[in-house]
Design a protein around this ligand. Structure first.
Ligand code: KG4
Ligand code: ZN
Length: 351
């Protein structure tokens, strides 16, 4: 089976060709970081226009790199949500156009399912397994029981951790996206500034990151010298923040694995790129006797290979192709049975 994947739910226009035997023939990602840099965050309207301009180019490049023609495809898989609606529309319309012109079946893929199924693309692990999905828009523990069977065990009640990294970077005058900037700066400092460990005192698997960000703001103001933040203080704040995030996520993961023992723990989403977090989770998995999987970085952040793969998995599990009028969905919870999320997080509450 040969699938074309299309991803356009946030600020990466991506297309990829993946085969049923887990080979990634191409994985094209066209980022938009420069377009949004001046605004300190992703501007939905700018993102939508850029997706509309680039999505066909990304598809062309992915097909060329894979040495594949449209007629060779067995499946087109497109992110149909959750995400910024203008971008999702650009990607799904491209997929529908190709499907209409070629007669190739199309599958509407949940972006989160793409992240959650990535360990099966990279390592071929069996169900069930646990995924900690940590990105700019999402934070949840999922038990993955099948290609379309996800149980949400807990998650953030406000911000997603990537969102917190991005906001902390903004507070400290670092470049966006904040995760890599904060991690780089953290390497120069020590985790010497006391910051809270939100919700660790409460049972359950829910998490919260917005208070932590506010605590960083307060600590920053206390560290100012004549209105300026000394370089070492900035590095220490980054290291302290990163340590708090890693500690909270690791402890909640320990609890998740103890309540739901599985053979494999995987981490997914952009924040999975963080080395301190990976190391902490690796330790927790080892203690719980679970194998730890962290996909290579280009497959942790948004990409279309994971979307193509999720489409392949869905078709293999017997899912019918979607009709050409399938909707683009700004919100699309993976686990419809889970209780609705609390909190007012702009992006964190998305799923
Ligand atoms: O999965 P992703 O590419 O997009 C979605 O949000 O769906 O994740 C992007 C997020 C951003 O918030 C970015 O700051 C964060 O992942 N991120 C990191 C690192 N690299 C990217 N956070 C912490 N440490 C990193 N090294
Ligand atoms: Zn994502």
């Amino acid at each position: 089976m040969l699938a074309l994947g299309i991803e356009s739910s946030c600020d990466d226009t991506a297309a990829a060709v993946v085969s049923g035997d887990r080979r990634i023939l191409s994985n094209v990602v066209m980022g938009q970081t420069e377009l949004h840099a001046a605004f300190g965050g992703v501007v939905p309207e700018i993102a939508a226009r850029a997706h509309a301009e680039k999505v066909d180019l990304a598809v062309e490049a992915a097909l060329a790199e894979a040495g594949v023609a449209l007629r060779d495809l067995d499946l087109i898989a497109a992110t149909a949500g959750p995400g910024l609606i203008g971008g999702v529309l650009a990607g799904t319309m491209c997929a529908k156009g190709i499907a209409a012109a070629t007669g190739t079946p199309v599958v509407a893929v949940n972006h989160l399912a793409g992240h959650a199924l990535t360990p099966r693309l990279t390592d071929g692990i069996p169900f069930p397994y646990m995924v900690l999905l940590v990105s700019g828009g999402h934070c949840q523990f999922l038990r993955v029981d099948g290609p379309r069977s996800f149980h949400r065990l807990g998650g953030t009640i406000d911000d997603a951790p990537g969102e917190a990294f991005d906001k902390v970077a903004r507070l400290l005058g670092l470049l966006q996206p904040g995760g890599p900037s904060v991690e780089r700066e953290a390497a120069r400092g020590t985790a010497s500034i006391p910051l809270p460990r939100p919700l660790l005192d409460r049972p359950g698997l829910d998490l919260s990151f917005s208070g932590l960000k506010t605590a960083v703001l307060r600590a920053r103001d206390e560290a100012l010298v004549e209105g300026a933040l000394p370089r070492h203080a900035r590095a220490d704040l980054c290291a302290s923040f990163q340590a708090a995030v890693a500690e909270v996520l690791a402890e909640k993961t320990r609890r998740a694995l103890s309540a739901h023992p599985v053979a494999h723990l995987a981490v997914a989403g952009g924040v999975a790129a963080n080395a301190a977090l990976r190391a902490a989770l690796e330790g927790v998995a080892a203690q719980a006797g679970a194998a730890f999987l962290a996909p290579p970085l280009p497959l942790c952040t948004d990409n279309a290979a994971m979307i193509a793969w999720a489409g392949i998995e869905a078709r293999r599990a017997g899912a019918a192709p979607d009709p050409l009028d399938f909707p683009a969905r700004p919100r699309w919870p993976l686990d419809g049975a889970a209780r609705p999320m609390l909190g007012s997080g702009k992006r964190g509450a998305k799923a």
